[in-house]
Design a protein around this ligand. Sequence first.
Ligand code: PBG
Length: 310
Amino acid sequence: MDINIKIDDLVYPYFVTHGDKVSQEIDGFPGIYRFSSDRLIKDIGEIKSLGINKILIFGIPLKKDAQGSLAYSKNNLISQTVKKIKQEFKDLTVITDVCLCAYTNHGHCGLLENNSRRIDVKVTLSKLSDIAVKHAEAGADWVAPSAMAKKQVFYIRHALDEAGLNKTKILGYSAKFSSYFYGPFRNAANSFPRFGDRSAYQLDPNNTKEALDEIRQDIREKADAVMVKPALAYLDVVKEAKEKFNFPLFVYNVSGEYAMVKYAARLGTWDEKQIVGEIITSLKRAGADFIITYHAKTIAEWISKERQKL
Ligand code: PBG
């Protein structure tokens, strides 16, 4: 099978951290790095020359606290990084993840009510809106709230519009399941919840109806696109979402789904290129418009090699 993938459909995720000349491969996440912004810019140069034109960025702060304050500080890591990226690359679509879990010392996606283990929804929504506005002011084309706080899209849209940022788009992580496939990502961001799990706000893998309701709700709240995540283990939801809403649909081929393929390929018992091609085909067949995948750079390399052969 030739790889029959449109590079325009792919989004490549990045992890950015503080410092200079930092390029650390992440444990349990082969081929994926924490980059400081200088190294990130260098890598983006490579993927751009391979034809990738969409990225999603996550910040990994050096310090975490109960309020997740470095997520929305004036000169936060993501805002700084987006500014640098936009100076270098004018025609690159930059999507930023809007969440608190990498910034809070308890590892949850929202802020907690005083001395409790409950998410304070009101405060969380206001902080998420603040983060989104700061990212957008720095030049992010899309903000992607992933905290699964109820009505987050509504609040963020309102805050963006108030700030005159009506061109910034919102990608809702609408149907984000409570999944163990996020393992390598949590390792990357050191964001394992310190108590409990995320099942109070992420979705139950058994409940398709709830997932479709969340998607419908994000569309009502004026998301510009919606998402199903993880992708592979939830292809039925992808298909139903596309059929039901016929709305721009992203799927997130998450860290655990990626790592499984990479480790199996290392054993030398299967052909990584064919397997990845088949995975991408399955996601498109199910109805995905855009695919967020850590395989994107390798795919682009394969495609460019094939072109050179012609
Ligand atoms: C943050 C967030 C997560 C992922 C993307 N945004 C992880 C989580 O809920 O712990 C996972 C992505 C991946 O596994 O590749 N809320």
